[in-house]
Design a protein around this ligand. Sequence first.
Ligand code: ADP
Ligand code: ADP
Length: 236
Amino acid sequence: MSLVYEHVSKRYPDGTAALSDISFEVPPGQFCVILGRSGAGKSTLLKCVNGLASPSAGRVVVDDLEVTPKTLRRLQPRIGMIHQSFNLVPRATVATNVISGALPAVSTPRAMLGLFPKTLRDRACALIAEVGLGEEHLRRRVSALSGGQQQRVGIARAFMLDPSYVLADEPVASLDPQTSVDILALIDRQAKVHGAAVLCSLHQIDLTMRFADRVIALRDGQLIFDGAPEALARSG
Ligand code: ADP
Ligand code: ADP
């Protein structure tokens, strides 16, 4: 069981070569940072896992299943997502936002109306407590929360279906430095508690050194480093 990129290239219709022949394999439980400047190809790399982008060449294989339009529905429950600008429903409550993380697996009409089974409501409550939000937050609207609190909601949502992989695209880009550290520590802890591997894109080397088990560095769509953070420090 692992997440594998096999010679993945991506060229957008306008000709931009966003990824060039990228290969690597992420084993279970690893916190893997995708490091690179803006435009390096980090988002595109992550989008090739959840089907928001499709490789022009090569393939992405999740737990022995190639990501294609046909396999996407089967793969979605195994992949949690954490976004740069949180992607929550601001007018909905914390509880509703977290529980919506179960939608890829629960598509009954009742669930569509927001009526989820008690087991899922209980799981959402447990996750909200795990990410450090008190019970008083359950029924608050997300729009009333700070950025750091909103990202805690995003993290709880990502773990609703007990995913094997969590994709986090610049999850701290809109947060201050201390909150960024807190949020990355929380993603790391949740991933280790729930046994998920993380693919987290970042542009900050200091945060990368602090949290990565492994670093994959991109520049202009090319993989320029793949290894332990200590080796990256030595390579300059
Ligand atoms: P990063 O996440 O590292 O900032 P991206 O994956 O967003 O990098 O972008 C990589 C390159 O691909 C950039 O040159 C960007 O402008 C380009 N790009 C991203 N999305 C598209 C798109 N939909 N169409 C054309 N070019 C794109
Ligand atoms: P994020 O920072 O959340 O990745 P971006 O601002 O990079 O968002 O991109 C927003 C959207 O615009 C994405 O869908 C991306 O694919 C697209 N995009 C990014 N760069 C380009 C580009 N050069 N040409 C066309 N679309 C782009």
